[in-house]
Design a protein around this ligand. Structure first.
Ligand SMILES: CC(=O)SCCNC(=O)CCNC(=O)[C@H](O)C(C)(C)COP(=O)(O)OP(=O)(O)OC[C@H]1O[C@@H](n2cnc3c(N)ncnc32)[C@H](O)[C@@H]1OP(=O)(O)O
Length: 393
């Protein structure tokens, strides 16, 4: 019999170690625990017990998610793990049930996560709401165009000097693009511990003297000297171009790899030979679960088009099931005949604008009862900006 309950503070470290073991990592060291522990929120860390022993764990942190036209309170789900000798006994299912109930009780219309495997979370109603890409550039062959934005200064800091500055710079870069989320001090502290002291931080200062972008990067010397860019956020194109110019100018480096970059990163537009910016991976980024479908849909704006009536199926949270009339003037429950039908995970893929309804129709993920509604749904859900999270948690 599996029993799931919220853990006491004294149990957080056991939860953390169980999660690390599940990810094939060793338990946290005593000296590292204080940096990682700040993200654990009392009441938001769940444990599943089998015969009184901790068998699995899942946590969430309190955050918000930028959606088209606004922001919505969101539970950021992480730390999910089940002991290797207790897997496939529905421990995760029990944890997900307790966690999503808790998210709903807190009035958060949305839960979100990054998935270790793409096969796990759709059954619980999560859909891929944004994607990111990896880019690789042979440094010696990269030349910036004369007309690429230029300006300001870049300085290099270590974590000690950068950590106090980064939360404010991140905030200044804006949390407006759909998919963006907040980063509090505990997040930065945990990220510093996760990435380690091999990293340096390049900070861009604009011509007005204000820091307006940063890149966390890690040079590695092996057969090839590789510079991994783990995290980069900028307020504008000048800061981004100048940081890339700096990163691609570091002496002795053979290859620069940009991880978790937005699909519409303009980097190749700034190069004389755009093929030098090779996109070597496109992967799922943020998975979104509409926990309260009506509230989540109402939190975003929709484009100009005729309203459509969409029937949503939701096996895991069945009171979301039903028809919704979605229009530029708002969203309401509806008793009208549905024109389109989909499950809640597919709605998650539409939510931030990563996918259009027509693409999901082509993929066979939508039942079409009125074909005229497809083009309207495309116009309603379309967004100006490509969604991107870019914040690991
Ligand atoms: C947000 C994050 O933290 S992502 C990190 C997730 N954690 C990991 O990847 C660590 C390693 N893996 C694990 O700890 C576990 O295997 C977990 C957490 C992924 C799954 O836990 P389990 O207790 O085995 O899952 P549970 O038995 O509840 O399975 C629920 C369903 O998911 C399926 N499932 C579970 N894990 C997987 C998987 N890795 N791949 C495919 N299907 C899976 C099960 O088959 C089951 O399907 P069903 O409902 O159709 O019967």
């Amino acid at each position: 019999m599996i029993e799931v309950r919220a853990l006491a503070e004294a149990e957080f470290r056991a939860s953390h170690d169980l999660f690390r073991r599940a990810l094939l990592l060793p338990p946290v060291k005593d000296e590292d625990w204080p940096r990682g522990s700040g993200r654990y929120e009392l009441g938001r860390v769940h444990g599943a017990f089998d015969g009184g022993e901790l068998a699995g764990t899942a946590m969430a942190t309190t955050n918000e998610l930028a959606v088209p036209g606004g922001r919505v309170p969101a539970g950021a789900v992480t730390g999910v793990g089940v002991r290797a000798d207790r897997t496939r006994r529905r421990v995760l299912r029990g944890l997900m049930r307790a966690q999503l109930d808790d998210v709903r009780q807190r009035g958060e219309p949305v839960a979100m996560l990054h998935a270790s495997e793409a096969t796990i979370y759709e059954r619980f109603g999560y859909g891929v709401a944004s994607r990111h890409r990896k880019v690789e550039l042979e440094r010696a062959r990269v030349v910036f165009r004369e007309d690429a934005p230029r300006g300001g200064e870049v300085r290099v800091l270590d974590w000690e000097a950068a950590e106090p500055l980064l939360p404010e710079i991140y905030q200044r870069c804006g949390i407006d693009r759909p998919g963006q989320i907040g980063r509090d001090k505990a997040w930065w502290s945990g990220m510093r511990q996760y990435l380690g002291d091999g990293c340096l931080i390049a900070v861009h200062t604009g011509e007005d003297g204000v820091d307006d972008g940063f890149a966390v990067y890690e040079p590695k010397r092996g057969e090839l000297a590789v510079l991994d860019v783990h995290d980069m956020k900028t307020a504008d194109a000048t800061a981004a171009a100048q940081l890339w110019r700096f990163l691609l100018g570091v002496d002795l480096v053979d290859r620069v790899v940009g991880h978790v970059r937005p699909l519409d990163d303009p980097l190749e537009w700034w190069l004389t030979d755009r093929r030098r910016c090779a996109v070597t991976e496109v992967e799922d980024d943020l998975w979104v679960r509409l926990v309260d479908v009506l509230a989540a849909l109402r939190a975003r704006t929709f484009g100009a088009a005729e309203p459509v009536v969409v029937e949503v199926r939701d096996e895991f949270l069945p009171d979301n099931a039903g028809c919704y009339r979605i229009g530029p003037d708002g969203v309401e429950r509806s008793t009208a005949e549905p024109q389109l039908g989909l499950d809640v995970a597919t709605l998650g893929a539409l939510y931030l604008g990563d996918q259009l309804m027509s693409a999901l129709v082509a993929a066979g993920r939508v039942e079409v009862r009125d074909p005229a509604a497809i083009a309207d749904a495309d116009r309603l859900f379309a967004t100006l900006e490509t969604p991107w999270c870019g914040t690991g948690f």
